[in-house]
Design a protein around this ligand. Structure first.
Ligand SMILES: C=C(O[C@@H]1C=C(C(=O)O)C=C[C@H]1O)C(=O)O
Length: 184
């Protein structure tokens, strides 16, 4: 399916919009823990945590992203896709996006982050407030080839500082659920 067609039907749901309750451990990872995922994974991995950048570029943002950020459809933004790894295994695929105009107005440089965690940056700056968490089953065609599985749980939320929004989506990969002993 072409990317545009997926994006228009993607249904991100807040906890109170879920049609049925989730298992408590899954609910906790998706909706309850609003702290830094970087920190949670670092603890779970006993410190053996790393960020592997996969793709970073200026490009038109997806329809569901523009909607969540409140910018016109197909606005250009910075796209950062990474693996968050425990013991060098990809545990989470994260895609973070921010509109170009607001990034430049805020003077925030995401291009030089490299393999440092965006989470550390967002959580160390008290000016950023996290919006509500929403979850969905992530379209497999948006995942790196090696992780293309149907029905993986993802969550997203927007970190806002004045007019700037940074939308962070995190897709929980099977290796994470094994490490955390959770049945998704
Ligand atoms: C939002 C956080 O940041 C994480 C780190 C990211 C990165 O380095 O690109 C991306 C998304 C998040 O999963 C967090 O740690 O909670």
């Amino acid at each position: 399916m072409p990317e545009r067609a997926v994006s228009e039907f993607l249904d991100w749901l807040s906890a109170d919009q879920l049609p049925a309750p989730l298992a408590p451990a899954l609910h906790d990872w998706l909706y309850v823990d609003k702290g830094s995922l970087t920190r949670r994974l670092t603890e779970l991995a006993d410190g053996a945590f790393s960020v592997i950048p996969l793709h970073q570029a200026w490009q038109p943002l997806r329809a569901d992203e523009c909607l969540a950020l409140g910018v016109p459809a197909a606005s250009e933004g910075w796209v950062r896709e990474v693996y968050l790894c425990g013991h060098e295994q990809p545990w989470v695929f994260a895609r973070s996006v921010a509109p170009r105009a607001q990034l430049e107005a805020a003077g925030l440089d995401l291009q030089s982050l490299g393999n440092r965690s965006l989470g550390e940056l967002l959580f160390s700056d008290p000016a950023f407030a996290r919006g509500q968490l929403e979850a969905c089953h992530y379209p497999p065609q948006w995942l790196p080839q090696a992780q293309r599985v149907d029905g993986l749980w993802a969550r997203r939320s927007c970190f806002r500082q004045n007019r700037l929004g940074v939308l962070v989506a995190e897709v929980f990969l099977p290796a994470l659920w094994r490490a955390a002993a959770v049945t998704p």
